[in-house]
Design a protein around this ligand. Sequence first.
Ligand code: PGA
Length: 241
Amino acid sequence: MRIEIMKDAGELSRAAADLICDAVRVKRDARLGLPTGGTPILTYRELARRIGTDCSTNIVYAIDEFAGVPSGTAGTNSAFYREHLRISAHAVHCPDSGAADPEREIASFAEAIGAGGGLDLCVLGLGVNGHIAFNEPGSRRESRARVVALTPETRRAHAQAFGSLDLVPALGMTLGVADLMAVRSLCVIVQGAHKAAIARAAIEGPRTPDVPASWLQQRADVIWMLDAAAAAALSTTRTSA
Ligand code: PGA
């Protein structure tokens, strides 16, 4: 794994935007899996600033979505992308959170990614409970795209976006750990002191379903980008400088 420690969130977002733009420069129709959440917002702002310069439109896939609420509901990933990802909406593919059959919806979403040749780059966030996409603790290395029960931590983390905890769906749809591990390039962005303990567990702890992000240790080429606060508990002292 490559560990890059940035001094702050601004530096982290510029580095993540660089990585995304590089992927698009190398392949104009690069297929990108991009995360939602608080961490990537600055990265998307940086990307928006660069659009028209060195980073143009490409094809973006969600890596997870809530289930059981109409598409575009405040708090869903489709709403997040609309608000924060300032590229052509036609280029953003997201499972339909309102699908009547979420299992079929996420299975066909994953099939469409495969039929398109797979993802070239996937940027992941890290949940405080160690999840990647909605692969919650307990997710096996071989897990595939599926419907999952969201943990209380994950639901709490989204309460504000949905308006209240009660409004956060109980279920999510996610690409599986095995689907993510099959992506050509993988990067994880982690920001803030509240992620320090789980970042250490994911990077330096045992590989275990209890910390789904720890499965990423099996790929030597995964890039971890952390700000100094998130990296504070790591034994490594490598920096990006
Ligand atoms: P966050 O979410 O960026 O809002 O902390 C990360 C995640 O759950 O993937």
